[in-house]
Ligand binder design. Structure first.
Ligand SMILES: CC(C)(COP(=O)(O)OP(=O)(O)OC[C@H]1O[C@@H](n2cnc3c(N)ncnc32)[C@H](O)[C@@H]1OP(=O)(O)O)[C@@H](O)C(=O)NCCC(=O)NCCS
Length: 160
């Protein structure tokens, strides 16, 4: 896809504690499409304080327009992380999701605590599925048993 030149205006950085309210604005903008981004203060603090977890934000004009995280989940193996990715609907289709995903993969590559990224995606979410498949993710069945059966979701991971 050819993106208007917006990625050059964006920068990606680690989440900070004082990003909490800006993240809440992003979360509110997603609610209209029933996309749920959980953004409690303690969740942000957990990502800020734990080097074994990563949360990155995409900033344009000092506003957070996207977020990606690789967080611990008790039902996952010790070195696997649960991936979540959200871009404000006004900024989609311009390369921000890709930039966030590539930045996260790059950061995970230098973090020995993280060996595998796991995510779930609705089967009809072609945009997200295309994005993940292009970045080395594959559909998996063996993780599904860790969660309640979700019939309209795919589980994807970036390792075999
Ligand atoms: C999925 C999501 C993060 C993508 O963000 P985005 O900024 O729009 O994505 P990008 O513009 O970087 O596009 C990345 C890839 O997605 C795919 N894509 C983007 N827009 C698309 C469209 N309209 N149709 C099909 N594929 C599309 C393409 O593969 C594209 O790669 P390319 O540029 O190499 O062709 C965004 O749509 C979103 O936040 N959705 C709601 C939350 C969600 O579904 N999260 C993922 C589930 S974990």
């Amino acid at each position: 896809m050819n993106h208007p030149n917006v990625v050059s205006e964006a920068h990606i950085r680690l989440i900070r504690n004082n990003d909490h309210s800006a993240l809440q604005n992003l979360s509110s903008s997603l609610l209209v499409e029933r996309v749920h981004l959980s953004t409690t203060k303690s969740k942000v603090a957990k990502f800020v304080g734990d080097p074994k977890e990563i949360m990155l934000v995409a900033i344009i004009n000092e506003k957070i327009i996207g977020v990606i995280s690789a967080g611990k989940l008790s039902s996952l193996p010790e070195t696997s992380r649960w991936l979540e990715l959200f871009v404000n609907s006004n900024w989609r289709g311009r390369g921000i999701g890709k930039l966030l995903l590539q930045s996260l993969i790059s950061q995970c590559g230098t973090n020995e605590n993280i060996q595998c990224l796991v995510l779930s995606v609705k089967r009809n979410n072609k945009t997200a599925i295309d994005l993940y498949l292009k970045h080395g993710f594959t559909k998996r069945n063996n993780f599904t048993s860790l969660f309640f059966p979700i019939v309209d979701m795919y589980m994807l991971t970036n390792t075999n």
